[in-house]
Design a protein around this ligand. Sequence first.
Ligand SMILES: C[S@@+](CC[C@H](N)C(=O)[O-])C[C@H]1O[C@@H](n2cnc3c(N)ncnc32)[C@H](O)[C@@H]1O
Length: 312
Amino acid sequence: MLYKTPHAAWNRVSQPGGHAALFVGDCSKLLSAIPDSSISLVITSPPYCMGKEYEPSNRIEDFAEAHELLLAEVARVLKPGGSACWQVGYHVQRNRVTPLDFLVYDVAQKFAPELVLRNRIMWHFGHGQHCDRRFSGRHETILWFSKGSEYTFNLDAVRVPQKYPGKRASRGPRQGEYSGNPLGKNPSDVWDIPNVKSNHVEKTDHPCQFPVALARRLVAALSCADDVVLDPFSGSGSAGVAALLEGRRFLGAELLPDYAAIARARLSDTVAGRARFRPDVEVEPPRQNSAVARRPEHFWQNQSVEIAKQGA
Ligand SMILES: C[S@@+](CC[C@H](N)C(=O)[O-])C[C@H]1O[C@@H](n2cnc3c(N)ncnc32)[C@H](O)[C@@H]1O
């Protein structure tokens, strides 16, 4: 499943039944080994250039520059009608915040004009760093581009339950009949999916995994059975787990051998039917009687009576 040469990885996954192949090395080498118009879906989260262990730079300019060739290559390897999903957050330095999706969009317009933006999905999550000089960040985004104007979109595969499924049409020819789709409603472009922090069932030693549920929605909606899904920055292999769970093939690249080893273990577990993942179900409100949900006594003492009443 792990390959040291990009051609070997591509050859493996391009054969029927080639479940998953991960190239251990620079994704630009893997992209060069992939023929034109051969990938159905790209799902990825690139390094944000924030000076993490796996990032050679913390300069926002380097993020934009690296994307010029990267997005052009992604557009080249995508099949017409295929999609590319770019999951990014914010570049933060000395409390100065730059939205990375603005840069990705701008670079795509110039260097990969055949990629057409279909949605800017807001991924909302509940946990993260607490800020004291700005509002704490609790969302990132996914830019979904399609290559060309005809593209795969399997809405029925990703419908979610309606809030009021018993609602009926109040007028028109269907007056009195149930108005909702029995398969559920369109999940919209705001997704509430828990991020992978320490207690999450998917947590590995990788510092910034995205959840399998997020990638799985994209795989189910934007590709078909046995298609090849590519993640050029595979990390712990979350997009690969999602692809295999949905019966697609997976091709990835990961620069660091330790992360590639984590991805390989997760992909093997998925093939063997023992992947650990959080199902894509609605986020439950906290249980009010649990110890961590209870307000400690001194929180009350430090608040004015008015604020305390509001919080009660
Ligand atoms: C934001 S993480 C992706 C995490 C992944 N989505 C997951 O759920 O685990 C980016 C990953 O890209 C890897 N990486 C950085 N530069 C790379 C390159 N040039 N080629 C391949 N992988 C690279 C990093 O080591 C890191 O694991």
